[in-house]
Design a protein around this ligand. Structure first.
Ligand code: DHE
Length: 522
């Protein structure tokens, strides 16, 4: 709403700057867009070389910031500065225009997805062994958000092996094929890419949505699932070459459409689990049809009204609908994938049994727990879950047998990510927001006390940690254009190396990710 008011205000400014009166003097934003923007952002505003420019894809952009980008350009991107070429009124009109809905609602169905699909290497062109000498299971894939690149790092020598461009704004963790050879990326504007870590080259890409959340790879390596905000769809691709197989409209049983918040793989269940943003349902989509009975066990608990008769569930990849009391978002799963813990819109967290679909507990956690970044470990014989909080300087620790909050660890501010490793005695917790965003807490997993607060680059955000395969070293990102990856000895907490990078966000160790290492994101 505020953004619409801003857009309207900008239009009024545009008209006034053009000398008013408002209606007569307003610059023709549509014509300006066609002349100056369509070539990169698409005539339909759904993106091209540049991002899509329709409401629902603009993230945290405000009309005011959009005007600034049009005027000054964006450093390190193809976006030029139009300040010298367009008047202030024209810039304001264009900035407002991108916040107006397009004439026809944007569509991105199977045909459009199919048309975007590109094979970039054929199987025969890929090498039969890695072209580099590093341990292929101890590589790190480092996303550098600053200039939209990925660096592949040798996890033994801490030396970059290669660095390559990506689609803009990769988000969510890249996901790996079960053997760790291939990595899949999702960009916020819908591009899914498959990259070969042996051959060090792209294999295929496809645009699965206009505004995409994340992707999941099935544990058998056959399918990729993509969750979209725009359009409201869940897309299933073949993991081999990213060919689209099925587009599932995200709609609750009575028919209301919903954004898909995220999609996850539940390996022991042979299914994808999807979180829906706008309706009180959670979805499970089995992808293993002929699984042995023991594997399929939990599926027998499907409710009779599981939704198989509903139009969205026909064909392969049927949808099991799990009705909820309210919208749940941002999921954490127990190691056996029997339970999902989700953040409730009205506050706190809910525990849902994936087996029965029933709610088994409510966790009174103030603020906004960031469960997607939660990790678990065994403490004094009981499994505990720790979650950072996006609104509060505290980490909540939950007993997963009793589903009770057993501790709140005060931190220097709200945090985003938590990480550990089975062989590490510590949890690493960033302070992503506020004056202490350069701090990194190291917490003892047994005593739940902060044992050290590191400040790897004073004044710059330090966040997101990943361990080497053996847990000996911890890699920390400095989220700055003039940033770095800082490598610590995970026991002594001494810095051992610093590798300059451009706003590195997440980094992912092939072994830890493919082996669902305790302490890393799944
Ligand atoms: Fe993320 C993972 C949602 C903002 C960086 N983020 C995820 C996942 C979800 C999610 C559901 C897990 C998906 C997966 O890995 O497959 N993120 C959201 C949001 O809803 C939120 C708060 C708002 C939004 O704009 O989408 C959000 N996220 C951000 C950021 O602003 C971050 C810090 C910078 C960015 O890239 O935009 C950010 N999110 C990340 C990273 C991961 C992630 C680095 C992967 C973490 C991992 O270790 O796996």
């Amino acid at each position: 709403m505020r953004r619409r008011l801003w857009a309207e205000a900008l239009l009024a400014v545009a008209a006034l700057a053009a000398g008013g009166p408002v209606a007569a003097a307003r610059p023709d934003a549509r014509a300006l867009y066609a002349a100056h923007c369509a070539r990169c952002h698409g005539a339909d505003r759904l993106g091209g070389m540049g991002p899509a420019l329709v409401p629902g894809t603009l993230g945290r952009l405000t009309p005011e910031r959009a005007a600034r980008v049009i005027r000054d350009g964006r450093p390190l991107t193809q976006m030029p500065a139009f300040g010298g070429r367009l008047s202030e009124a024209e810039i304001a009109a264009l900035a407002a225009y991108v916040f107006t809905p397009p004439d026809r609602p944007p569509r991105w169905g199977l045909e459009a997805i199919r048309a975007s699909h590109r094979l970039l290497a054929r199987p025969g062109e890929l090498p039969t062994r890695p072209v580099h000498g590093a341990d292929p299971m101890n590589l790190f894939v480092v996303v550098e958000l600053g200039d939209h690149h990925v660096t592949v790092l040798d996890g033994d020598r801490f030396e970059p092996i290669t660095r390559f461009p990506t689609h803009r704004a990769l988000h969510g963790g890249p996901k790996f094929s079960p053997d760790g050879r291939f990595v899949y990326f999702a960009s916020r504007d819908g591009w899914i890419s498959k990259y070969d870590l042996w051959g060090l080259r792209y294999v295929a890409e496809v645009r699965a949505g206009i505004n995409t959340r994340n992707l999941a790879v099935s544990h058998d390596g056959r399918y990729v699932a993509v969750g979209n905000y725009l359009p409201h769809t869940l897309v299933i691709l073949s993991a081999a070459d990213l060919r689209p197989l099925r587009v599932i409209p995200a709609r609750e049983a009575p028919g209301r459409a919903s954004r898909v918040s995220a999609v996850y793989t539940a390996p022991p269940r042979g299914s994808f689990v999807a979180a829906l943003k706008d309706v009180p349902e959670m979805w499970e989509i089995p992808y293993v049809a002929d699984a042995p009975p023991v594997f399929r066990g939990p599926m027998h608990d499907w409710r009779p009204d599981s939704g198989e008769a509903s139009p969205v569930t026909e064909g392969p990849f049927p949808v099991r609908r799990i009705p909820l009391d309210g919208v749940l978002d941002d999921f954490f799963f127990d190691p056996d994938y029997r339970f999902v813990i989700g953040a409730a819109r009205e506050g706190g967290a809910r525990v849902i049994s994936l087996v029965t679909g029933a709610e088994v507990a409510r966790l009174p956690i103030e603020g906004l727990p960031h469960l997607g970044s939660g990790i678990s470990w065994v403490r004094e014989g009981r499994r505990v879950l720790a979650t950072p909080n996006l609104r509060r300087g505290a980490i909540s620790v939950i007993d997963m047998d009793r589903w009770q909050v057993i501790a709140e660890i005060p931190t220097l501010g709200p945090g985003f990510f938590l990480r550990s490793h089975a062989r590490s005695p510590y949890v690493w917790a960033d302070v992503f927001f506020g004056p202490h965003r350069d701090a990194m807490h190291v917490i003892d997993k047994r005593t739940l006390k902060i044992v050290r607060t590191l400040r790897p680059a004073p004044g710059k955000t330090s966040a997101h940690v990943e361990f080497t395969r053996d847990g000996r070293y911890a890699l920390v990102s400095i989220w700055d254009m003039d940033g770095a990856l800082v490598i610590y000895d995970a026991r002594t907490l001494e810095e051992i190396r610093r590798i300059p990078m451009r706003k590195p966000s997440g980094k992912y160790n092939v072994w830890n990710k493919t082996h669902y290492e305790e302490g890393t994101s799944h």
